[in-house]
Design a protein around this ligand. Structure first.
Ligand code: HC1
Ligand code: SF4
Length: 563
């Protein structure tokens, strides 16, 4: 058995990649800024340093463990070293903590408190640099950056986007876009993953809650909300509920107290998306010698990725709008007459786990007569803050039901929020056998689970269909390369930009892999408890097609992105 001596105690290890992992196994929480197990090791912050048996100082994140190695994590030398790093970081940091987005959640602030830093002895000599607010999804404030590089690595290693990188050297070093452009003018897909890993307030998610408050306070406005599938299994975490616990009823009750006029579920839109997208899939399956699959279209980060990196593949992306946009169009149409009669204006708000949805809502392609179908997107985190602002005790409220008339949706719509969910929902729709046994079999085609790449094959009539499911744009990129080279062939490919799907969106409360998995399981549990399992069995879908959507499917349910 291999072991190390950590602070005089023997700790065994097997395949841990670095000493830091062994130290954590021993129950010691060493402070770090730049270490994420999913990302490459950067070793920049030097907070995780330890002393070896000869008094040498080494970074534990970038040193592999060796058998019989002896280290100390807690010596006078290390104590002063860490304190000094913190002081230097604080000295170069804009310290307007009270009004910072990250107040209370900032790692620098947390460690300054943990180390009892009494004051900063050095002056901040850095010039104040402008904050980049050009993106609909994220805000970059370089004055709060500690150069840990987490954002750079998540953007390039996990997402294969590389919109941001280190620029300049020495004390001038900063994180920048190519040529210092505004982030909105780069290939950034608005996925928000950089904000999710940023330990300070240097990259945060843009807030739209102020505008929504104004609409709520305006008696001439009718504020209508739709809630995305993945929100229900995460928002409760802010109130002590387990990840995966479905707290939608409490959220609905809270939103009523907030002053929202009508509350619906994006899963209704997901049922419509399945109706349209499976038509496209059936058509694609008819085509002979089709090289490319039908790609899903509900994830706006993915759409932006194809537009910027694989524009020639845009024509293989489903033209079905995302559930959010389909339902947004339905909402605006539904209230049009009533608004006129009552002299009101409907403001359509979507509560999403996602930051890229803010970008999607603002796209020209989703404006009709100059007005967007979704006016504002709030993340789960923003809604938590809004509830806190007026002191709503979410946990003490009795669950309430959705408003009429859009209160019916299927389990297929709900599972959209987990990677593989769209595929499973589409398969439920296209298979001919609608028996409970067939439904159960679909559960096991391999679409479930949090793996970044899943491949399913299933019989379809005389043939087999082959489906690829990826989450994380890096995985999507790798799969696209294999499709292009002819190494892989699929009939249908589902892509979600965030690793794990919407449950793991950057707008959700911070989560590690266990919580993400529990959220996805929560959605499948929710589906199990639902009476309607398939989108086409939702009676509301039929009503909509016969009425509001009649002869307007193309206008209201499909989109053609400008080249
Ligand atoms: Fe998603 Fe979707 S599943 S994209 O992850 O297709 O955001 O939850 O609302 O639109 O339904 C997000 C989630 C969400 C859409 C649906
Ligand atoms: Fe990169 Fe996503 Fe951040 Fe844009 S939002 S910079 S794509 S990680």
């Amino acid at each position: 058995e291999k072991y190390m001596i950590i602070d005089g105690e023997r700790v065994s290890f097997t395949d841990e990649k670095n000493i830091l992992a062994v130290i954590r196994k021993a129950g010691i929480i060493l402070p770090t800024f730049c270490y994420y197990s999913d990302l490459s090791i950067y070793g920049a912050c030097r907070m995780c340093v330890v002393e070896d048996q000869w008094g040498g100082i080494i970074a534990s994140c970038s040193t592999p463990p060796k058998h019989e190695m002896e280290i100390r994590t807690n010596t006078p030398q290390l104590y002063y070293h860490r304190k000094r790093i913190l002081e230097l970081l604080l000295a170069a940091h804009c310290r307007d903590c009270t009004t910072c987005e990250k107040n209370g959640k900032c790692k620098l602030q947390e460690l300054a408190t943990r180390f009892g830093i009494p004051g900063v002895r050095f002056e901040n000599t850095n010039p104040i640099r402008p904050t980049d607010t050009s993106s609909k999804a994220i805000v970059r404030n370089p004055n709060k950056c500690i150069l840990c590089g987490d954002c750079v690595r998540v953007c390039s290693e996990i997402q294969h986007v590389g919109a941001i990188d280190f620029a300049h050297r020495g004390s001038k070093m900063e994180i920048s876009t190519a040529f210092g452009r505004d982030i909105a003018d780069t290939n950034c897909v608005s996925c928000g993953q950089c904000a999710a890993v940023c330990p300070t307030g240097a990259i945060t998610i843009k807030r739209d809650s102020h505008d929504v408050w104004e609409a709520i306070h305006n008696p001439k406005k009718r504020v209508v909300v739709q809630i995305a599938p993945a929100v229900r299994v995460a928002i409760g975490e802010a109130y002590g509920y387990e990840p995966g616990e479905n707290t939608i009823g409490k959220l609905v009750a809270s939103l009523r107290k907030l002053g929202i006029d009508a509350i619906f579920d994006t899963s209704v839109g997901a049922d419509l998306t399945i109706m349209e997208e499976s038509e496209e899939l059936l058509e694609a399956l008819e085509e002979e010698d089709r090289k490319y699959p039908l790609f899903t279209s509900c994830c706006p980060g993915w759409i932006r990725f194809v537009e910027t990196q694989y524009p020639h593949l845009m024509k293989y992306v489903s033209t079905s709008k995302s559930p959010m946009e389909m339902f947004g169009a339905v909402v605006k149409e539904y209230y049009r007459k009533q608004d006129k009669k009552e002299g009101k204006e409907t403001v359509s708000v979507a509560i999403m786990p996602c930051t890229a949805k803010k970008f999607e809502a603002s796209r020209e392609e989703f404006k009709r007569k100059g007005a967007p179908d979704v006016d504002y997107v709030l993340t789960s985190e923003e809604v938590i803050t809004m509830l806190q602002e007026i002191g709503i005790r979410f946990d003490r409220l009795e669950p309430e039901a959705y408003d009429m008339p859009f209160s019916i949706f299927s389990g297929a719509g709900v599972i959209f929020g987990a990677t593989g969910g769209v595929t499973e929902a589409a398969v439920r729709r296209v298979v001919e056998d609608k028996s409970p046994k067939a439904l159960k079999e679909i559960e096991f085609i391999g679409a479930r689970g949090m793996d970044g790449v899943k491949i399913c094959e299933l019989p379809f009539g005389e043939r087999q269909i082959r489906i690829g499911i990826v989450s994380g744009l890096g995985n999507a990129d790798n799969l696209l390369q294999k499709i292009e080279s002819g190494e892989e062939h699929f009939d249908f490919v589902e892509v979600m930009a965030c690793p794990g799907g919407c449950v793991a969106g950057a707008g959700q409360p911070f989560a590690r892999s266990t919580e993400k998995r529990m959220r996805a399981e929560g959605l499948y549990k929710n589906d199990k408890a639902m009476q309607i399992k398939r989108s086409e069995e939702n009676p509301l879908v039929e009503t909509l097609y016969n009425d509001l959507l009649k002869n307007r499917e193309h206008e209201l349910l499909h989109v053609h992105y400008a080249p």
